[in-house]
Design a binder for this molecule. Structure first.
Ligand code: ADP
Length: 266
């Protein structure tokens, strides 16, 4: 509680009373705390690659440059770390645009089956590399949805790249879409991967939260993929939920408003 006192002055009589204002600042304090935490996280996430780049550049300076193989390896590390920082900054900019509503939705009538086919195509190389089978299942009576294709593509890309990252070789992934009710469609990405421990489930959509920081970093993750997905879905008026069982797999489902009656442009 924040308490402020204001004395009441009356002419000739001096102070005759006091007005006390009690203000509940719990929400404000919480917001402020999460903002501080966010800045600390961003700083840490940027500092880690910068420190690596600095030490590898110094090693090159200190003589590694004379050894061809070694210097190529060091330059490789520097490039990887730089790419990671670019990904991080791109994700941060995207989140900040979503936060400040500067990314207006450009919704169009979109064929859901085609959209899922195309996302699977974009990942066909990575899927093949890990021998992961991908299946697409779409309700026969579900044809179109009303969505911003670029933004929902980003959601699907984030979810599928997670599914591939956290699924072992020869696993499988299923992309599915069905009508949840007359006004809502649900799209799911289901994998047979490593799963998420119960204790982490409640925080998994938090910015920068990862079950295993080292593993996520090694896989090139920024820890922002699910947060971005959630913000985009929220902007569409939908919700995201995640179900997971350790060593069995994970299913992420998001909802979108359905197109009322085919052929309509909403
Ligand atoms: P990251 O860039 O680390 O993948 P995300 O926000 O996309 O960040 O995901 C947050 C964390 O949630 C990941 O680090 C990982 O621990 C966990 N996670 C997300 N998707 C999956 C999945 N399909 N299977 C297992 N763990 C997952």
């Amino acid at each position: 509680l924040r308490v402020t006192f204001t004395p009441i002055h009356r002419r000739d009589k001096g102070i005759t009373g006091t007005i006390a204002v009690l203000q509940d600042v719990t929400e404000q304090e919480k917001l402020e705390q999460s903002r501080r935490q966010f800045v600390a996280n961003v700083s840490h996430e940027l500092r880690t690659p910068l420190t690596t780049i600095k030490s590898y550049a110094e090693a090159l300076n200190d003589g590694a440059l004379d050894e061809r193989e070694l210097s190529e390896r060091f330059v490789g590390v520097i490039r990887n770390e730089t790419e990671r920082m670019i990904r991080l900054v791109t994700d941060l900019l995207h989140l900040s645009r979503l936060d400040s509503n500067q990314a207006p939705l450009r919704r169009r009538k979109t064929n859901v089956h085609e959209m899922l086919d195309e996302v699977a195509d974009r990942f066909s190389f990575q899927l093949r590399q890990k021998s992961i089978r991908a299946a697409i299942v779409v309700d026969r009576d579900l044809k179109s949805a009303w969505l911003d294709r670029d933004q929902i593509d980003q959601v699907l890309d984030n979810l599928i790249s997670n599914a591939i990252k956290y699924t072992l070789e020869s696993g499988s992934i299923e992309l599915s879409a069905h009508k949840q009710d007359t006004a809502t469609i649900a799209i799911s990405v289901k994998d047979t991967g490593i799963g998420i421990p119960k204790k982490d489930l409640s925080r998994i959509f938090d910015r920068f939260y990862r079950v295993d920081k080292a593993r996520s970093r090694n896989m090139g993750g920024t820890g922002l993929g699910l947060s971005i997905a959630r913000e985009i879905v929220k902007a569409h008026g939908g919700t995201v939920s995640l179900k997971s069982e350790l060593n069995v797999g994970t299913t992420v489902t998001f909802t979108l408003p359905a197109l009322q009656g085919e052929g309509e442009t909403a």
